[in-house]
Ligand binder design. Sequence first.
Ligand SMILES: C[S@@+](CC[C@H](N)C(=O)[O-])C[C@H]1O[C@@H](n2cnc3c(N)ncnc32)[C@H](O)[C@@H]1O
Length: 274
Amino acid sequence: MNYRHAFHAGNQADVLKHVVLVALVEALRGKDKPFSALDLHAGVGRYALAAEAAKTGEYIDGIGRIDSATDAPAAVARYLELVRGFNPSGRLEIYPGSPRLIRTLMRPEDRLTLVELHPEDHAKLRAEFAGDAQVAIHRRDSWEALRGLLPPQPRRGLLLLDPSFEQPDELARLARGIATAHRRWPEGVIAAWYPIKDRPPVDAILSALPPLPHAWAAELTVFDMLFPARLNGSGLVLVNLPWGVEAALCEALAWLQPRLARQGGAWRLEPLPG
Ligand SMILES: C[S@@+](CC[C@H](N)C(=O)[O-])C[C@H]1O[C@@H](n2cnc3c(N)ncnc32)[C@H](O)[C@@H]1O
């Protein structure tokens, strides 16, 4: 396992993923019932942008392009409000990862389960949430954890799948993971992130998914030309998308795309076969 998210924290892909994630958790909070959130590729939880992220500078073309925006639509504005909450000085120094974003939105009755296999990142994640009784942390393989941890209690909730795509077959494995998760937890909201390097492999996986209820693909690319060697953009498969989130995401993606664009690119939010 060579991938360390610290080098990529706050990049264009994180912005898309985290705007969607915050919108989903807000929708779960909208009802007066507890929820479970499972983040099976958790990373370390928070990132100092002056550390590894400064070496790649990827965050400059991600959160760095929008962090001071005052005209963002509601879903992006809520995400920016959360990011600003980690940066009280007003300077962008800390980027919250998915575990921290979810945890910030949780109520006392909600539960968060985190899985991270990398030994160092797992140790940092444990330190980040030390003493937090609402958060359970596992060091295990996420694909095996899918079977062991689903369905959660309470059964209402959200699963985030966000692998690092180090293996050539990881798109296919993600598709299998979505299918397994839905089989074991039919009512669970699923958000599964994928990179867009080349179009055909992504389309092959999306069309190979089994029928899924209220399922959508949300995508944002930042280049017109898709060079397979670079991250041209990314997307999420969304299952059991809560009512109302679709409209909020349309507005968010339309606002984000031109601001994150490097050389053209596009966005889409399209239903998958149900
Ligand atoms: C893209 S990063 C996660 C970023 C995080 N979800 C966020 O948005 O802040 C993917 C993480 O998954 C971990 N990982 C990769 N394969 C895994 C596996 N099979 N089981 C558990 N963790 C894994 C990596 O070590 C890495 O920290």
